[in-house]
Design a protein around this ligand. Structure first.
Ligand code: KG4
Ligand code: ZN
Length: 344
């Protein structure tokens, strides 16, 4: 991109859809000059999950400082930016509003174009950052705390949802099972860690298959099976091997994600597969997908774990492709808590 004919595009990106206040400076959609994340996890831990009101208030306290740090780390100022990218949905409305209001204020004050970004489009775009060769089309498994989707990325900004969860998201299942076995919040990383000490074949938890739509997922039956198993142990006075429960649950989730993803890639006729979202940082899932892709001769793309969980660099990557496609938002941009992918 940075030849003499084309000017480099610098985007200041802001993300505040859940419990991370984040800002980044991204050059030409793929080069991250700074990626600052202020996590509220320690605060929400006390309550066993994200408390929306507390999240919004904390975002307000942190956002200016996080943006300044992102600019300082990049060695730039707002005057060097070409546009502001911001997550405007989906997410917690009060949390989203903080980022959207901030982005609008900067856009107005500095006369910078404003680009609203879909949070999931951001997660998918995280794959562009460390994989300079990755171009659509490809299939992406998006697995986060709120979403579990198999998406065909037909082109930049063009998405077709092939499958989705019918009930709980994969991350939600991790968080609920973690809570049930006393690991606390956030559950995903804790189950990931504890599983390494357990036997993944110790307990036969179910793998849901939905006959009418082979790319869809369902995790609520698995979650109930874990809860029933724990209740059963308690009633029989048996001690629970938490590591075995964690490892067996995690294996059940990973088996289903891998099987459905490989089926979707094969049926789509594409040969590139990427992963995104917080659950995509799971070490067992990454290893299983890597092996399945190798066997099926599919090129496997995966962001570093820090770019899988919520961050603003991924929003900067997505905003760049929207920006060069000519998308601009006005000062009437609003937070849309249930924004659908591909909906504008
Ligand atoms: O993408 P993300 O940071 O936020 C949302 O957009 O939801 O995803 C958060 C989810 C949480 O449910 C968290 O438990 C899960 O991702 N997660 C993991 C791991 N790290 C985060 N799940 C499994 N294994 C992990 N290592
Ligand atoms: Zn997310």
């Amino acid at each position: 991109m940075s030849d003499n004919t084309e000017k480099d595009i610098y985007i200041l990106a802001i993300e505040s859809s859940c419990d991370e206040t984040a800002a980044a400076v991204v050059k030409n959609g793929r080069c991250v000059l700074s990626n600052i994340i202020s996590s509220q996890i320690e605060l929400h831990k006390l309550y066993g999950g994200v408390v929306p009101e507390i999240a919004s208030r904390k975002h307000i306290e942190k956002i200016n400082q996080v943006i300044q740090e992102a600019l300082d780390t990049a060695g730039m100022t707002l005057d060097d930016m070409d546009a502001i990218g911001v997550t405007y949905g989906p997410g917690l409305v009060g949390a989203l509003l903080v980022g959207v209001a901030e982005a609008k204020a900067i856009s107005y004050a500095k006369k910078l174009p404003l680009v609203g970004v879909h949070h999931i489009e951001g997660h998918i775009s995280a794959n562009y950052i460390e994989n300079p060769d990755l171009e659509p089309p490809f299939v992406c498994l998006v697995a986060s705390g709120g979403h579990t989707h198999l998406v065909a990325v037909r082109d930049y900004g063009k998405y077709e949802i092939l499958g989705r969860t019918r009930d709980d998201a994969a991350g939600e299942a991790f968080d609920k099972v973690a809570r049930a076995i006393g690991l606390g919040y956030p559950g995903g990383p804790k189950i990931d860690k504890l599983s390494k000490e357990g036997n993944p074949d110790a307990i036969a938890f179910p793998r849901a298959k939905l006959e009418d739509s082979p790319y869809d997922f369902s995790f609520s039956g698995l979650k109930s099976a874990v809860l029933n198993y724990l209740n059963g142990c308690q009633m029989k006075g048996e001690t629970v091997n938490r590591a075995d429960v964690a490892a067996s649950f995690q294996k059940a989730v990973c088996d289903v994600l891998v099987e459905h993803a490989m089926l979707a890639v094969r049926d789509s006729g594409l040969d590139k597969f990427a992963i995104a979202g917080g659950v995509a940082s799971n070490s067992t899932l990454r290893a299983a997908l890597s092996e399945a892709c190798r066997k099926n001769k599919i090129q496997f793309y995966h962001p570093s774990p820090i770019l899988c969980t919520d961050n603003a660099a991924m929003i900067g990557a997505a905003a760049y492709y929207e920006y060069i496609a000519g998308r601009r938002d006005g000062l009437d941009l609003n937070a849309v808590p249930n924004l659908k992918l591909g909906e504008r």
